[in-house]
Design a protein around this ligand. Structure first.
Ligand SMILES: [Zn+2]
Ligand SMILES: [Zn+2]
Length: 390
């Protein structure tokens, strides 16, 4: 079959690889109908996440048709159209039984490496390095899905293929980021980063009762999308002398009640600390560029929440932890427990007549992946989200 393979930093290629096979009784094979390139795939593309090997198949956001099931998968039928959560969960461990799916104890065969780095390992992830299990991803014609009796969700006809691919990660991730803010009536929520996760966090924050949502980015086309999905105010930080001052002014001097960092480890900026981050990152003296997280902690009102759906990987430098402590902030973060959110979000899409695919800007076949990775990374051609149709 054809698959999008990681071939080194800044290098993805479409290669012929062996078809996946059922290895365990709880596996299924899915023929991929739609798969998305994610902002966090760009961390792999750019070489910011270790544990990738030449030839690894990328992609953790995909949906398709069930073509084969193992003998212990009783809830799926061949021919069913399903979306697959990006985190792999066994459904039976301590964490799965508490609905903490992305923290599953049984799905990462390489857990010992992450245990050395982090103390504990999270769930295995599709197409996301050998640190997370080395599973082949879904940017391919076919993919093996372990624990297929737990993850894949059958789709109603009302949900299109592209909409479904967005339910594998970015839509649930944006929703969980907003839910983690414990939004109260009257709240103002500020969202840094109007990529897919940020946009769905904006939509979800307004669904969950935020009175105002302030969207922050540097690309006008993304800010335009933010307005379309419900941002009441947008800020292009490159045109702003003092973002902190602007946020204060806009919230009666108090600061936003909740701040969402939907940017993560590779933030851009022009301030002194942004340059400091960039130099340390480029010279391997730092693992992350936590500029947005610093800004969010600084801006948030006392007693507010900083919610972090953006991905971080290592040790964060110059973190204003004293400010977070002094202001009594609540920090909330982590990989999304996708399994919890897919069905409720399908209901919401139907009820609210909301089309999540409004955020998709680029479409192509698998063969277009090398070009589209580049376009998405460089944010040229107003690129916000890429869907590949194998
Ligand atoms: Zn993703
Ligand atoms: Zn589990």
């Amino acid at each position: 079959m054809k698959a999008v393979c990681w071939c080194g930093k800044g290098n993805v290629r479409v290669e012929e690889v062996p078809d996946p096979k059922i290895l365990n009784p709880r596996d299924a094979i899915i023929r991929v109908r739609a798969t998305a390139i994610c902002g966090s795939d760009l961390h792999l593309y750019g070489g910011a996440i270790p544990g990738m090997q030449r030839g690894d198949i990328l992609g953790h956001e995909f949906m398709g048709d069930v073509v084969e099931v193992g003998p212990n998968v009783e809830n799926l039928k061949v021919g069913q159209r399903v979306v697959v959560p990006f985190a792999i969960a066994c459904g039976k461990c301590f964490f799965c039984s508490r609905q903490l799916w992305s923290l599953c104890d049984n799905s990462n065969p390489n857990a010992s490496t992450l245990r050395k780095l982090y103390g504990q390992s999270g769930a295995g992830l599709f197409g996301y390095s050998h640190l997370y299990g080395g599973y082949a991803g879904g940017q391919a014609e076919y993919v093996r899905v372990p624990f297929a009796d737990v993850g894949p969700v059958p789709l109603p006809e009302s949900i299109g293929d592209e909409q479904a691919a967005l339910l594998a990660d970015v839509f649930p991730t944006g929703f969980m980021a907003a839910e983690n803010c414990q939004i109260q009536p009257g709240d103002v929520v500020a969202v840094w980063g109007c990529g897919p996760v940020g946009l769905f966090a904006i939509k979800s924050a307004s669904w969950l009762g935020a009175e105002r949502v302030i969207a922050i980015d540097r690309f006008e086309e993304r800010l335009e999308l933010a307005r379309r999905v419900g941002a009441s105010e947008t800020i292009n930080y490159e045109n702003e002398n003092d973002l902190q001052e602007r946020l204060k002014e806009s919230t009666g001097g108090r600061g936003p009640d909740a701040c969402i960092d939907a940017v993560g480890m590779e933030a851009h900026g022009t301030s002194l600390d942004a340059w400091y981050d960039r130099i340390k990152f480029a010279t391997y003296l730092a693992t992350d560029r936590p500029l947005v997280l610093r800004q969010a902690i600084h801006a948030c009102r006392k007693g507010g929440t900083v919610s972090i759906p953006g991905v971080y990987g290592g040790f964060l430098d110059k973190m204003p932890f004293g400010a977070a402590f002094a202001k009594g902030l609540r920090l909330t973060m982590g990989q999304t427990h996708v399994h919890r959110y897919i069905r409720p979000l399908i209901d919401r899409i139907e009820r609210e007549k909301f089309d999540p695919a409004v955020i998709v800007s680029h479409r192509g076949g698998l063969d277009d992946a090398p070009d589209l990775y580049q376009v998405f990374r460089d944010k040229t051609d107003d690129c916000t989200k890429v869907i590949l149709r194998p």
